[in-house]
Design a protein. Structure first.
Length: 348
């Protein structure tokens, strides 16, 4: 399987290499033609062509996720200075990636910025190993954990819509093969939708890898059978864990983590806390009984109210699955450069 993947990657890269070679030859001829008339003009043209060809490559490199470490984060009290410094750099890139999540509430965005400022100040102050360990622990237990909880709470309703659609489709029975295909599509759609929410500025091939791994893990995890969550919701939860690229992706550890959360409280670690009980009003006047002849009219406190049914628009229900168009990608080219410069200069 790995050999086939390498062959497929080679097939994708061959046209790119051919295009780069052709453009290099064409640019060389242009520079040579201009050099016959003006040496300074040829040098300026060569610099402009180099910048124009390198900018898309830098932009694509900025959208790719950093290389995951081969080993888990060092244990508290252990690890070398180099390991903790690498972990601090990975956490900085992770905070930058989480800040690009759309519809982020102000309090969570403020926590991410404060964590990034804390990390930047620590790295600039020539820290010791213990300083790096403390700042990494604060960031992981604070801003990153809050971000994962918010991702689960904010988009859990959309994942449950996929669950309801799947249950509606299989409620009528039908062919077993059709049910299997519907279940597979629902799990994959759940994982793919959550990848767009957790990793908005990342290459599509990396999102595809994440969706495939998490969908397969949710569908084949025998340890999570009989739990209150369906594999469709488990796939979305695994995506949230996968988006943390500051640690290696360990499927067995992810299953144990979710299983421990379910055994402890029947909920994920990202579960919504129970709202406090509302205080009862001091002296609420008794509501007048509704008269049957009024129909949709309700009488309260001597005033007449008419029930109004509000229709909620569902036009953007599945907008997260479409992905950006070619025109949107071209318009966001400046955003690519901004993100690449910001990530390269801060945590390199």
């Amino acid at each position: 399987m790995d050999h086939l993947r390498q062959l497929a990657a080679r097939e994708r890269r061959a046209p790119i290499y051919w295009w780069l070679g052709l453009m290099g030859v064409t640019g060389g001829f242009l520079v040579a033609m201009v050099h016959a008339h003006s040496a300074s003009g040829a040098a300026l043209l060569a610099v402009l062509l180099a910048i124009a060809w390198a900018a898309p490559l830098v932009a694509l490199q900025s959208l790719s996720a950093p290389r995951r470490p081969l080993r888990p984060p060092p244990a508290p009290g252990g690890g070398t200075y180099a390991e903790w410094r690498q972990q601090a750099h990975l956490l900085g890139r992770l905070l930058l990636n989480y800040e690009d999540v759309p519809q982020l509430p102000p309090d969570v965005r403020r926590q991410l910025r404060e964590a990034r400022a804390d990390l930047r100040d620590t790295l600039r102050a020539h820290p010791l190993r213990d300083d790096l360990e403390r700042v990494c622990g604060r960031i992981r237990a604070g801003a990153i954990q809050k971000m994962k909880e918010w991702l689960w709470l904010a988009y859990r309703s959309r994942i449950r819509e996929i669950v309801r659609d799947y249950e509606r489709q299989v409620a009528g029975g039908g062919d077993e093969d059709a049910r299997r295909l519907t279940f597979r599509a629902a799990v994959e759609n759940s994982a793919a939708l959550m990848t767009h929410y957790c990793m908005p500025r990342m290459l599509e091939r990396q999102r595809l890898t994440c969706a495939v791994d998490c969908a397969w893990l949710a569908a084949t995890a025998d340890e999570l059978r009989g739990q209150p969550y369906s594999p469709i919701e488990l796939a979305a939860a695994f995506v949230i864990l996968w988006s943390d690229f500051s640690e290696p992706w360990r499927p067995a550890s992810a299953i144990r983590r979710v299983q421990r959360y379910l055994q402890e409280g029947g909920e994920f670690a990202f579960a919504e806390p129970e709202p406090p009980a509302a205080a009862e009003p001091a002296a609420a006047p008794a509501a007048a009984p509704e008269r049957p002849e009024d129909g949709d009219v309700v009488i309260r406190n001597g005033k007449r109210y008419r029930r109004v049914r509000v229709k909620h628009s569902r036009r953007h229900r599945c907008s997260g699955l479409r992905g950006p168009s070619l025109w949107e990608i071209l318009l966001s080219f400046g955003q690519w450069l901004r993100y690449s410069l910001r990530s390269w200069t801060l945590y390199r």
